[in-house]
Ligand binder design. Structure first.
Ligand SMILES: [Cu+2]
Length: 95
């Protein structure tokens, strides 16, 4: 696993959902920061945490979903509609 450089972490990250893939697959933010997902596909997707910490519900084409991460940790999520889509991660670090 690639070490996280917390010096480069910021309070905001963006993830595109494109071609049934979360891109980038891993984003790192500071605790209290926001991740924004944008669905660039023609079909609905979700960003759903495997541990239930967040769930976007259906994100329509060209719509966004934002979640504020208050607790440090590694959050693995997937699209609950398409089980073949690869999992992705949000890493939240304390500043
Ligand atoms: Cu999907």
């Amino acid at each position: 696993m690639t070490p996280v450089n917390i010096n480069t972490a910021t309070y905001a990250a963006s993830v595109d959902i494109n071609n049934f893939t979360f891109s980038p697959a891993t984003v790192t933010i500071l605790a209290g920061g926001t991740v924004t997902w944008t669905n660039k596909d023609a079909v609905d997707h979700t960003a759903t945490d495997l541990d239930g910490n967040f769930d976007s519900g259906h994100i329509n084409t060209n719509q966004t979903y934002k979640f504020i991460f208050t607790k440090a940790g590694t959050y693995t999520y997937h699209c609950s509609i398409h089980s073949m889509m690869p999992n992705a991660k949000v890493i939240v670090v304390n500043n």
